[in-house]
Design a binder for this molecule. Structure first.
Ligand code: ADP
Ligand SMILES: N[C@@H](CCOP(=O)(O)O)C(=O)O
Length: 293
């Protein structure tokens, strides 16, 4: 039996649509064993069948390597909520591919994992940090494999994560993002992406806040999150330096370098938004892990 642990991810980091992402300290655990028939437990009933994204990714990876699919017993224990912008789908994709390798004795390195996972997920910004840990900037050169630039994130940073009780499905949230932008918008984004990665590395939250001013997706996606303005106000008044939509939402992520501010802000958020789940997270540095049980 094998156990695979995959961190949640905050994709985009506001400014880096489909490009930046960071692994955070919230985890999904998946145990797999060979079985006579497919058995899936620990997830909503609607996912307990062969269309389960973990199993679909498992089968895709096996086919990629020319191996016939076989049934497994899969148990899921997750802290990562579904359709809230914390990369639950990526945890499933990464776990399925890693399990396919582990149960067949196929050796895969992290680059191969990122390649297959990006093909399944459609964009690399969640799967790359889920696999590598840290913050990752990824892009795919024409006809080539995805390239991932991994950044250490300062361990002084805390990410106050506010998870509303409503879902935002990534497929829907992608429809509200304009498909074309003026050159001035492209220029606006480019320098800020470098500012965001440098600020996270050095723990310079003034730089992170200056860089976190997205014009590609956040102005359009706020409307999908009814509490966006109120939560942002409480976060900034409560001492956070900046806040972004995590992935495609509905989760919002605020940053501070002061653990006391983080705690006070969490209390204030819980009072003001009792229906929201809140966590104080750090950057996960390890990425996906496998254990043989
Ligand atoms: N435990 C799970 N088992 C199977 N599929 C899951 C599970 N968790 C999430 N998913 C899949 O991921 C989808 C949510 O993905 P998405 O809308 O991209 O949001 P997220 O930000 O959570 O990744 C679900 O609709 C489902 O297809
Ligand atoms: N770049 C994607 C990221 C989606 O992340 P998720 O965690 O919401 O699945 C996007 O912004 O659409």
């Amino acid at each position: 039996m094998i156990k695979i642990t995959v961190p949640a991810t905050s994709a985009n980091l506001g400014i880096g649509y489909d490009t930046l992402g960071m692994a955070v300290s919230l985890y999904s655990h998946f145990t797999f064993d060979r079985a006579d028939s497919l058995q899936i437990t620990g997830c909503p009933e609607e996912f307990q069948n062969e269309n389960n994204l973990v199993y679909v990714s498992f089968v895709d990876a096996l086919r990629e390597w020319g191996v016939d699919p076989f049934p497994v017993k899969l148990h899921i224990e997750t802290e990562v909520p579904v359709a809230r912008g914390l990369g639950s789908s990526s945890t499933c994709v990464v776990a399925g591919i890693m399990a396919a390798a582990a149960l067949t004795g196929h050796t895969v390195d992290r680059a191969e994992l990122v390649r297959i996972a990006t093909a399944v997920e459609g964009h690399p910004d969640n799967v790359a940090p889920a696999i590598l840990g840290g913050a990752v900037c990824s892009f795919t050169p024409e006809g080539d494999l995805p390239r991932c630039l991994r950044y250490e994130v300062s361990d002084r940073l805390r990410f106050i994560t506010i998870i509303p009780p409503y879902e935002v499905h990534t497929s829907e949230a992608r429809k509200v993002v304009p498909q074309e932008v003026p050159l001035s918008t492209a220029v606006w984004q480019m320098g800020r992406i470098a500012g965001m990665t440098r600020g996270l590395e050095t723990g310079d939250l003034d730089l992170v806040a200056a860089a976190n001013d997205d014009r590609l997706q956040e102005p359009y996606r706020r409307a999908l999150i009814p509490d966006y303005e109120d939560i942002r106000r409480v976060c900034l008044e409560g001492g956070a330096k900046t806040m972004w939509i995590s992935g495609s939402g509905s989760t919002l992520m605020a940053a501070t370098d002061d653990t006391i501010v983080a705690k006070f802000l969490q209390v204030r958020l819980r009072e003001n938004f009792p229906a929201c789940e809140t966590h104080i997270l750090t950057c996960d540095t390890e990425g996906a892990q496998i254990e043989y049980l």
